[in-house]
Design a binder for this molecule. Structure first.
Ligand SMILES: NC(=O)c1ccc[n+]([C@@H]2O[C@H](COP(=O)([O-])OP(=O)(O)OC[C@H]3O[C@@H](n4cnc5c(N)ncnc54)[C@H](O)[C@@H]3O)[C@@H](O)[C@H]2O)c1
Length: 360
């Protein structure tokens, strides 16, 4: 791998440490990015993905690890931000030796980085990685892990949505509102349940027939529409992107009828500047990395020995964090995404500084 070509990118991205790992016999090529350990060991998942180039893999790990530092800071965790990418097609490359080789590289960092699942890696993979390193979370229930993180992700998104409703309409409920959910996967399905229980009506879409069938069967009262365009142009109060990234772009924002956007998908803003377009249209956008932190809260809890109720309580606090960010955004006259970044940076600086107090 072209390790040296990468130094400039690392420095400009402000990362503490970027580690290139290679094990030729298994075909492992991985990059571990540690953005910040100001609040504690860096936590973030491992993405196993067939990037077109090493530069693409590096770009992704730098972006993702930085994002994790902000997400973990705002989730109130004593954890910094990191992420790893394994460059290659998981269907072709993923083997026990490769995952274990990767685990040994994670172990070599001595606890500066904790890994977990992400796109292309699953709880069973973390069980294999864990045979070589202690610094892994997001494991299967059989191995003392927390299992599927989408349960608390959906719970946290629901809390963020309640806070947005309170800010916009004066009452922290979705009761009587119409919510458009795009993506009825692991998170979207749980979210629909919380919304219906709260008295909302739901309109939804998915590209997967099985997901649609599940909703027809479980929640026959949910209206289904053909695609995301039909969803956002329908008469909805809240838009919840729960599929892929980039849901909010130059086409969707002007067409949006909802006045609140809160969803689980990562990287909902297609490019910088979209947050301003939303604010100019009077659309309240609660930043994705704030409201979708329930999953990382769940896997972080596993490091202490998983306790569902404790983790749920922490995820419930996403309500307070979202409320505080929206208040700060108004007070400082900036979009919530900017207020969230400021709050995260403040916590990293203020709490991180305490390490200068020497302890023996
Ligand atoms: N699972 C978690 O704990 C977690 C945590 C944080 C963030 N997220 C993010 O939330 C989002 C959803 O996660 P998930 O775990 O539910 O994933 P998932 O793969 O289970 O579900 C995604 C769903 O979106 C659907 N979809 C894909 N393209 C679509 C399109 N164009 N229009 C409508 N639907 C489409 C898929 O068919 C699938 O049903 C992802 O962006 C993920 O990165 C998930």
């Amino acid at each position: 791998m072209g390790v040296f070509a990468s130094t400039d990118q690392q420095v400009s991205a402000g990362h503490e440490q970027v580690v290139f790992c290679q094990d030729k016999p298994t075909g492992l090529k991985a990059i571990i990015g540690i953005y910040s350990t100001a609040l504690g060991p860096a936590l973030g998942g491992t993405r196993f993905y067939p990037y077109a180039s090493e530069a693409d893999a590096l770009h992704d790990v730098l972006e993702l690890s930085r994002g994790m530092a902000y997400k973990n800071a705002l989730a109130g965790l004593d954890l910094g931000g990191g992420k790893a990418v394994i460059w290659g097609d998981p269907d072709q490359l993923k083997t026990e030796p490769l995952l274990r080789a990767y685990g040994r590289f994670v172990q070599s960092l001595g606890g500066r980085y904790y890994t977990a699942c992400d796109v292309g890696t699953y709880v069973q993979d973390m069980d294999v990685v864990a045979r070589e390193t202690r610094f892994v979370t997001g494991r299967s229930v059989e191995h003392g892990g927390a299992g599927d993180s989408s349960v608390l992700t959906a719970w946290g998104v629901f809390q963020g949505m309640r806070a947005a409703a309170e800010h916009q309409w004066g009452s922290a409920t979705l009761g009587g509102r119409r919510i458009g959910v795009s993506g009825l996967g692991k998170v979207g399905k749980h979210l629909v349940g919380h919304l219906i229980e709260d008295g909302a009506t739901v309109v939804a879409t998915d590209v997967n027939e099985k997901a649609l069938e599940w909703v027809r069967h479980t929640y026959p009262e949910v209206d289904l529409v053909a695609d995301a365009t039909a969803l956002i142009t329908s008469d909805i109060d809240v838009y919840a992107p729960c599929a892929l990234g980039g849901a909010l772009d130059d086409e969707t924002v002007p067409a949006l009828r909802a006045t609140i956007v809160v969803g689980a998908a990562n990287n909902q803003l297609a490019h910088p500047g979209i947050e301003k377009q939303l604010a100019d249209r009077g659309v309240l956008y609660a930043p994705d990395y704030v409201v979708n932190a329930g999953g990382v809260i769940q896997v972080a809890d596993e490091i202490e020995g998983f306790n569902f109720e404790r983790a749920k309580l922490r995820a419930t606090r996403i309500f307070d964090t979202t409320r505080e960010i929206l208040r700060l955004a108004d007070a400082e006259g900036v979009p919530p995404a900017v207020a969230a970044d400021r709050l995260a940076e403040r916590r990293m600086a203020e709490v991180g500084r305490l390490r200068s107090i020497h302890l023996t």
